[in-house]
Design a protein around this ligand. Structure first.
Ligand code: HEM
Length: 415
């Protein structure tokens, strides 16, 4: 049993090490590409909706990507030469399910394959890597997606797969291999004891929209820095402490008044629970609360609700990113991007207002704390704080804190 478990664990380590290598590689390539692409204006014309960590390249067609451009009767070398002219020494192509990075020029090749060979010498995962744990046979392109969506509850599907393949098994979900871990001991071993290797987020499509800015979508040092800073500063305002109780109680009065207007008649707590929960967060973050009928506040909460609800709809794009290239907006990804931009703009305005009235001797809320720390860290080379990050973090705090807390309260009332 121990050997079986160890084999599986080491297989998982390999997968996670592979993800780390790919993301480290992507970072290096894109950083390197920034340095070498002198013809930026030409390159930007070629920028499309590829993952942000990838270098530019010709626009791909849905599903088949750039395959037709490679097979249009010309020699591959000539096609590459023309791409190189337009996009620079390092460009990316979409070949069906995979993004491929093409590297030209001796110096670039030396930098990437010799100096950084540690990250770039793995072969691409064109077939299921032998090191992965067992799992159900995947279908071409969609993998095991149908196994998960066959009308049963996901928990029941995972339970039956666990019975068949053991505690640790593997699924192919579109373009990704996903390792599923069951059992408290395995989870502790993999996610807690080996958290250093397994805490990165997978390179899902939705993460590219957020551009490694938000806490919930970033990785590595940026994630650690923003998360640690946010938690410590929220605690300064009493978050998670008994002293926060008084501001929750303050919010209770308008909440109860709102219920009283129904005079014992049936009512839905759906919207009001979100509005009052969000208000407690608003107090800490923006230093103010909103009237439940304030049209701007209602619109703001509605956008949050819509984004939360459509996360199930745009789920497939995370695992089959090429779906995002299909015409229209079948999976709601484009609409969600616009909605998210609207929320971020809302917080940008709040940040601007805070800047206009900022007084270092009178720190009012989380935005002020962040602005103050930004000033302190301004000249530090390791500074990771900036206004874009702040707007994204505020979105995270509301996204992470409102629906979750309101749902727990709803269930508590129901039970
Ligand atoms: C009962 C209420 C809550 C529940 C059930 C809950 C649940 C969770 C869960 C399961 C995660 C992990 C998600 C993942 O990484 O995949 C998470 C992360 C997070 N939550 Fe909550 N949460 C609650 C309240 C809050 C509140 C009040 C806030 C904001 C003040 C908040 C902010 C966040 C943030 C920013 C993250 C991302 C942390 C990171 O990735 O490092 N949550 N929450």
């Amino acid at each position: 049993m121990t050997k079986y478990y160890n084999d599986k664990l080491s297989a998982y380590d390999k997968v996670s090490a592979y993800y780390d290598k790919v993301s480290a590689y992507n970072d290096k390539v894109s950083a390197y590409n920034d340095k070498v692409s002198a013809n930026d204006d030409k390159v930007s014309a070629y920028n499309d909706k590829r993952p942000v960590a990838l270098p530019p390249g010709p626009s791909p067609l849905p599903i088949i990507g750039n395959i037709l451009q490679l097979g249009d009767g010309k020699q591959t070398v000539d096609v590459f030469r023309s791409f190189r002219k337009k996009c620079g020494d390092i460009f990316s192509l979409s070949l069906g399910l995979y993004w491929v990075i093409v590297v030209n020029r001796k110096e670039c090749l030396r930098e990437i394959f010799v100096k950084n060979g540690e990250f770039t010498s793995d072969r691409p995962p064109l077939y299921k890597p032998a090191s992965l744990p067992p799992g159900p046979s995947p279908l071409p392109i969609i993998g095991n997606v149908l196994d998960l969506g066959d009308g049963k509850h996901t928990v029941d599907v995972v339970r039956s797969l666990r019975k068949k393949y053991g505690d640790i098994f593997c699924l192919s979900l579109g373009s990704y291999w996903v390792v599923v871990v069951n059992g408290k001991e395995h989870l502790r071993e993999i996610l807690v004891k080996n958290g250093e290797f397994t805490s990165n987020r997978p390179p899902l499509y939705i993460m590219n929209i957020f551009k490694n800015k938000r806490i919930i979508s970033s990785n590595g040092p940026n994630w650690k820095a923003q998360r640690a800073f946010t938690i410590s500063k929220l605690q300064e305002f009493g978050f998670g402490k008994k002293s926060f109780e008084s501001s929750i109680i303050d919010e209770l009065n308008p909440f109860l008044q709102w219920i009283q207007q129904y005079k014992g008649k049936p009512l839905s707590l759906e919207g009001i629970l979100n509005a009052s929960t969000a208000n407690s967060l608003m107090q800490i973050i923006l230093g103010k609360r909103f009237d439940y009928k304030d049209p701007k506040y209602c619109e703001f909460l509605e956008i949050f609700k819509q984004i939360t609800m459509s996360s199930a709809l745009n789920g497939p794009v995370n695992f089959m990113p090429w779906l995002a290239n299909l015409p229209g907006d079948l999976f709601g990804v484009k609409a969600d991007t616009l909605k998210l931009d609207k929320l971020i703009d809302y917080f940008r305005n709040e940040i601007q207002e805070h800047k206009n009235t900022f007084d270092e001797g009178n720190i009012r809320d989380f935005i002020d704390v962040y602005l103050k720390e930004m000033k302190i860290q301004e000249r530090s080379t390791s500074n990771m704080l900036n206004e874009d990050q702040l707007a994204s973090i505020l979105t995270d705090l509301f996204g992470g804190g409102t629906e979750t807390t309101a749902t727990v309260i709803k269930w508590t009332i129901l039970l």
